[in-house]
Design a protein around this ligand. Structure first.
Ligand SMILES: Cc1ncc(COP(=O)(O)O)c(C=O)c1O
Length: 399
């Protein structure tokens, strides 16, 4: 144990440097490249055909209304905007929207929801292990580590085949102990684009139920894959079959409000009163971490969802984003049979079967920036960059 004198001997200058986030490093490298033809497919935001990430028209309209009508900025409490969370229920939970065993609250983005969901698990059962299919979104492992839960990795994806290693997934989940957590991507798997199909979801749900696991579903891209309802298939099936389910949701992508930090956490237990107790712990953890979520983005989403006209215009804008993602996927897939798998995947990300050396060579020769793993954002490409990108990928695959 440190004595007060030892503690004094160490100060902030004694801190070890932290390895910087590789994706943020990549963005900085791309930004610093002077070649005008450079392509940045490392970045994780939606871009339109012209290469921009515009603010949705409905969000602009909602923000105008917010400025005109908001009369106070008094505290809202740890749950944030309660009406916002209510309005999300039918979109996310579908036929389970009225289930009083499910409660939710506003969080600072999907990240805040994930952290809070894992905090709840660690509070209930610090011995729980978290089963994580790899590769996964790079922020999952540090969030799990931050709440001091043990992580157990299993292989989820075969990069060369562009396919899910479903047998490995089944085996890993079947070997988990009751109370362990199955971390699952609701749709538009990041970084692979490889989503479970309906039969695979059924099988995962069966194993989760049989083994007594707690599913924590991360759904950050609802509406970017096949449609709002289709993308929530796994979430809703899990709710139909299991007593305990945790859902970490984000509106940051499907409302394009990334920096405004708009998310939610939903918790289901076997009874309304147990859920209410669990939510007491959730509020307590939220209060310790951020006290209350930021209001602006969720208030704008609230206005859009409350107003039937804005809501239907949002659906049109969301459909346009989804259509662009899927049409860029088809164009890439059509360029070479070895890229056909990209046309069968969903969401913004896929992984090219390239080595780190090939990725670095594309960076040097063609100013194309993607993660060393070959993960790239399909809509990082503007319309006029797609041909040059696929030519460079095919050249790398042929080499
Ligand atoms: C799989 C996944 N979960 C959660 C998030 C977090 O989203 P947010 O920006 O709302 O915190 C992301 C964002 O990239 C993601 O890809």
């Amino acid at each position: 144990m440190l004595t007060p004198a030892d503690a004094k001997a160490r100060s902030l200058v004694d801190l070890e440097p932290v390895a910087s986030d590789s994706l943020l490093q990549l963005i900085a490298l791309a930004a610093a490249d002077p070649r005008p033809e450079k392509i940045d497919v490392g970045v994780g935001v939606f871009r339109d055909g012209a290469g921009n990430t515009p603010i949705l028209k409905v969000i602009k309209e909602a923000e105008r209304r917010l400025v005109d009508t908001q009369v106070t900025k008094a505290y809202l409490g740890s749950a944030g905007d309660k009406r916002y969370a209510e309005l999300l229920r039918p979109i996310l939970l579908g036929e389970h929207a009225e289930d009083d065993r499910i409660a939710g609250l506003q969080t600072p983005g999907g990240c805040g929801a994930l952290r809070l969901g894992f905090e709840l698990i660690a509070t209930a059962n610090p011995a729980a292990r978290v089963m994580v299919g790899t590769p996964t979104w790079p922020n999952h492992p540090p969030i799990i580590a931050a709440v001091r839960l043990e992580r157990v990795d299993y292989p989820y994806y075969e990069r060369g085949q562009g396919a899910i290693r479903f047998e490995d997934m089944r085996e890993a989940l079947s070997g988990a102990a009751p109370g362990d957590v199955a971390l699952l991507h609701g749709c538009c798997h990041n970084p692979t684009g490889a989503d479970l199909d309906e039969d695979q979801w059924r099988e995962v749900v069966r194993i989760v139920k049989e083994r007594g696991l707690i599913p924590l579903i991360d759904i950050a891209y609802q509406g970017f894959g096949r449609g709002l309802d289709e993308d929530a298939f796994g979430v809703r099936l899990m709710l139909a079959e299991c007593d305990e389910v945790i859902i970490a949701q984000s509106c940051d992508k499907n409302f394009s409000v990334y920096r405004d930090r708009v998310g939610s956490l939903f918790v289901k237990t076997g009874s309304a009163s147990a859920t209410s107790t669990a939510m007491g712990h959730v509020f307590q953890r939220a209060r310790e971490m951020w006290s209350m979520p930021p209001d602006h983005g969720a208030a704008a989403v609230h206005i859009v969802l409350e107003d039937p006209e804005l809501r239907s215009r949002w659906l049109v804008e969301l459909t346009a984003m989804r259509d662009r993602i899927n049409s860029v996927r088809q164009r890439i897939a059509a360029a070479d049979p070895r890229l056909a798998f990209i046309g069968r995947q969903f969401g913004m990300f896929s992984m090219l079967p390239l080595s780190r050396e090939q990725v670095l060579k594309m960076r040097e020769d063609h100013a194309i920036y993607m993660a060393d793993s070959g993960r790239f954002n399909v809509v990082g490409l503007s319309d006029d960059q797609i041909g040059r990108f696929t030519d460079a990928v095919v050249e790398a695959l042929d080499a």
